[in-house]
Ligand binder design. Structure first.
Ligand code: ADP
Length: 587
C-alpha cells in the first residue's frame, strides 16, 4: 500500500461529486460566500468609525451604504450556515445509498478466503465505521471548507492589521502556531493508538453482541456464565479505554500550555495596539478595528485549529474507508462458464487459511464425474469442508489445480460458475423472512413456481410443518413476531433452499446434523430421488448415507486417505472401515 500523505484526497472529492453533488457544491458556495463577506467586516467597521465623526450631506449616503453592507456581512453567514446544515442532513440521509453501497458492492468481489483473515475483518470494520459514523469524505470536506473560510478570514484580517502596523502581527502568529503544532502532534498519536486498537475494539463489540443476541443470552442464562463474560468485557473495555484516557490526559496538558501561550500573545497584542495609539501611530478608528480584528482572529484561529484537527481526524477515516478498497479481490477468470459434461478434477491441490501454520489440504488428487453422488467422510478437522469449498471454486487453491472438464476454475468467470452450484452450508442463515422466501432466495425468479416448491418441500418432508404454520407465506423467526422453528425444522428449510436452485452441482455440508434418524432417512432418500441427474457432494460425519453413494472420499489430515464404494472401502479394512465399525456400534 502506498503511504503517500493525502493519497485518497482527490478520490474522496470525486466520489462526493458522484454521490452527493448538492453537498459538495452547496457547501463550497456557502462557505466561500460566508468567508468573503466576513472578511469585509473589520474593513467596513474602520471606514464607518472614520466617517461617523465627520458626517456631511455629501458623505451621508456612503455612510448609509457601508452600514447596510455591514449588516449584510453580519446577517448572510446565518443563511449560509442554514445551507450548510441542510447539506449535512442531505449527506447523512444518502450515506448508505452512496458510500455504503459502494463498499458492499466492492465486498462482493473480495476473495472469500480473505474473510477468514483478522486483518481484513479489521479493515472491513474500520471502513464501515468510517462511512456510517464519519460519513467518509463528506465530513472531511466540511472541515476543509470550514478551514478555507477561516483561512480567508485570517489572511485578510492579518493583511488589514498588518497594514495598520507590522508590530501587531508576530504575537498572533506565534501563539497560534504553537497551539496548532501541539494539537497536530496529539491528533497523530490519537490516530496511531486508535488504529492499533482495532482488533481489541472488534473483540469488545463481539463481547457486547453476546449480551444482545438471542442465542448467546439463552446459553449464558442456562449455563450461568454471565458474570464471567461480564468480567471479560470489563477487562477488554478497561484495556481500550485506559489507553485512550492516558493519551487524552497528556494531550490536554499540552493543549492547556498552548492555550496559555496563545492568550498571553493576545493580551500582548492589545497592549502593543494601545501603545501605538498613544504614540499616534494608530488612529482611534484603526484601534477600534484592531480590537475587532484581534477578537475575530482569536476566534477564527481557534476555529482554524479545531477544524484543522477535525479535518485530519476525518481524513484518517477517509483513509480507512478507501484502504478497504485495496483488499484483495477474487482472481476473476475471463472464460464464460459452460456447464461441465464430464468431470471435476483436483490435481495436487494445497490450501492454507490466511494466517494458519499448516495446510488444510495437502496434496489432494481426485475426480468426480458428472451425475455422481459423492460422500466425503472423515474425522473433525480432516479437511472435508475446505475440500468442498475448493471443489466449488469458492476458495482457490494455493497450488495445484481444480478443473471443470479440464478448465481451471481460476480461468472461469466466477459468476457463471456459481450459477451452476447450489449449497447447504453448515452455518446456514435463518432468514427472518417468510417460509417461501427462505426457500426461494436461492432462485428468486421461481418464487411463484408452486409445483417446484412442492416437489422440493415434499422431498425434505416439510408438508406437515407447512400445514401447521399456516402455509408458505408465514413469517419465520420470533424477533419480528413470526413463527419460530425448531433446529431440525430450520435445517429442512435450508436443505429445501439448496435443492430449490436447479443447479448442476449440489453441495451439502452436514445436511442432516440436526435431524432425528427417521427424518434423516426420509430426507436422504427423498432428495437422492430428486437430484438423480445432478452431481451431489455430501459431507457427513454419519457414514449411514454412504451406502447410497457412488463414491466415498475419506479425508484424513488434509489428504485423501481412501476413495471407493461402500463395499470396497468396508472390505479394505482401512480408515473408512474403522469409522464404519465405530458408528455401527451405536445402532
Ligand atoms: P472438517 O470439515 O473436516 O471438520 P475443515 O475443512 O473445516 O475440517 O478444516 C480443516 C483444517 O483447517 C482444520 O485443521 C481447521 O482447524 C482449519 N481451518 C478451518 N477453517 C479455518 C479458518 N477459517 N481459518 C484457519 N484455519 C481453519
Amino acid at each position: 500500500m502506498k503511504s503517500k500523505p493525502f493519497r485518497y484526497f482527490w478520490q474522496s472529492i470525486r466520489d462526493m461529486h458522484r454521490f452527493m453533488p448538492f453537498l459538495l457544491w452547496g457547501k463550497l458556495t456557502a462557505s466561500i460566500g460566508e468567508g468573503i463577506l466576513q472578511v469585509w467586516q473589520p474593513v467596513l467597521i474602520a471606514e464607518i468609525f472614520g466617517l461617523a465623526p465627520c458626517l456631511t450631506d455629501a458623505n451621508r449616503h456612503i455612510f448609509r451604504q457601508k452600514t447596510i453592507f455591514l449588516c449584510i456581512c453580519v446577517g448572510f453567514p446565518a443563511v449560509c450556515s442554514m445551507i450548510l446544515r441542510a447539506a449535512g442532513l442531505y449527506g447523512e440521509g444518502r450515506k448508505d445509498k452512496s458510500y455504503g453501497w459502494n463498499m458492499f458492492g466492492f465486498s462482493r468481489g473480495i476473495r472469500l478466503e480473505a474473510l477468514d483473515d483478522a486483518k481484513v475483518l479489521d479493515c472491513f470494520q474500520k471502513a464501515d465505521a468510517a462511512y456510517s459514523r464519519h460519513l467518509a469524505g463528506s465530513r472531511m470536506f466540511s472541515y476543509l471548507l470550514m478551514n478555507v473560510e477561516s483561512v480567508l478570514v485570517c489572511i485578510s484580517t492579518f493583511l488589514v492589521v498588518g497594514s495598520f502596523s507590522p508590530w501587531l502581527l508576530p504575537g498572533v502568529t506565534v501563539g497560534f502556531l504553537f497551539h496548532l503544532l501541539i494539537d497536530i502532534h496529539a491528533e497523530r498519536k490519537r490516530t496511531e493508538t486508535y488504529r492499533g486498537q482495532s482488533m481489541k475494539r472488534r473483540r469488545l463489540q463481539y463481547f457486547w453482541r453476546l449480551f444482545c443476541t438471542k442465542e448467546s443470552v439463552k446459553e449464558m442464562r442456562i449455563l450461568g456464565f454471565h458474570n464471567y463474560l461480564k468480567e471479560k468485557w470489563v477487562a477488554a473495555n478497561v484495556d481500550v479505554v485506559q489507553e485512550m484516557e492516558e493519551l487524552e490526559l497528556k494531550a490536554m496538558k499540552l493543549s492547556a500550555a498552548g492555550v496559555l501561550v496563545k492568550n498571553l500573545c493576545y493580551v500582548a497584542n492589545v497592549a502593543i495596539a494601545l501603545l501605538l495609539m498613544v504614540k499616534n501611530e494608530l488612529a482611534a478608528g484603526q484601534f477600534a478595528a484592531c480590537l475587532t480584528a484581534f477578537g475575530l482572529l482569536q476566534d477564527k484561529l481557534f476555529m482554524l485549529d479545531t477544524f484543522l484537527i477535525s479535518f485530519l481526524n476525518s481524513y484518517h477515516h477517509v483513509e480507512e474507508y478507501y484502504d478497504f478498497f485495496e483488499t484483495e479481490t477474487d482472481r476473476e477468470g475471463t472464460e464464460t462458464y459452460q456447464p461441465f459434461q464430464r468431470e471435476i478434477s483436483l490435481c495436487d491441490v494445497r490450501f492454507r487459511y490466511p494466517g494458519a501454520q499448516s495446510w488444510a489440504l495437502d496434496g489432494v488428487n481426485l475426480t468426480i464425474r458428472k451425475g455422481e453422488h459423492v460422500v466425503i467422510v472423515g474425522v473433525n478437522g480432516s479437511g472435508k469442508t475446505t475440500l468442498s469449498r475448493l471443489l466449488t471454486g469458492v476458495y482457490l487453491a494455493d497450488s495445484g489445480s481444480v478443473c471443470y472438464d479440464g478448465r481451471n476454475v481460476t480461468e472461469i468467470r466466477r459468476k457463471g460458475l456459481y450459477q451452476d452450484i447450489s449449497a447447504v452450508i453448515q452455518d446456514f442463515v435463518h432468514y427472518r423472512f417468510s417460509l417461501r422466501e427462505n426457500i426461494c432466495v436461492s432462485d428468486f425468479r421461481r418464487k411463484e413456481d408452486e409445483e417446484h416448491i412442492r416437489n422440493v418441500t415434499d422431498a425434505v418432508g416439510m408438508q406437515e410443518m407447512i400445514q401447521s404454520i399456516g402455509g408458505l407465506d408465514c413469517e419465520l423467526g420470533s424477533e419480528f413476531g413470526g413463527r419460530e422453528l425448531s433446529g431440525g425444522e430450520w435445517q429442512k428449510v435450508a436443505i429445501a433452499r439448496g435443492l430449490f436452485k436447479d443447479s448442476g452441482v449440489l453441495l451439502l455440508d452436514e445436511p442432516t446434523a440436526a435431524l432425528d434418524p427417521i427424518a434423516e432417512y426420509e430426507i436422504l432418500t427423498g432428495f437422492l430421488k430428486l437430484i438423480q441427474r445432478r452431481t451431489s457432494i455430501i459431507i457427513s460425519h454419519r457414514v449411514g448415507i454412504c451406502r447410497h453413494a457412488d463414491k466415498i472420499i475419506v479425508m484424513k489430515a488434509g489428504k485423501v486417505a481412501e476413495c471407493g464404494t461402500h463395499e470396497e472401502l468396508k472390505n479394505a479394512g482401512g480408515e473408512y472401515a474403522r469409522i464404519w465399525k465405530a458408528q455401527a456400534k451405536w445402532y
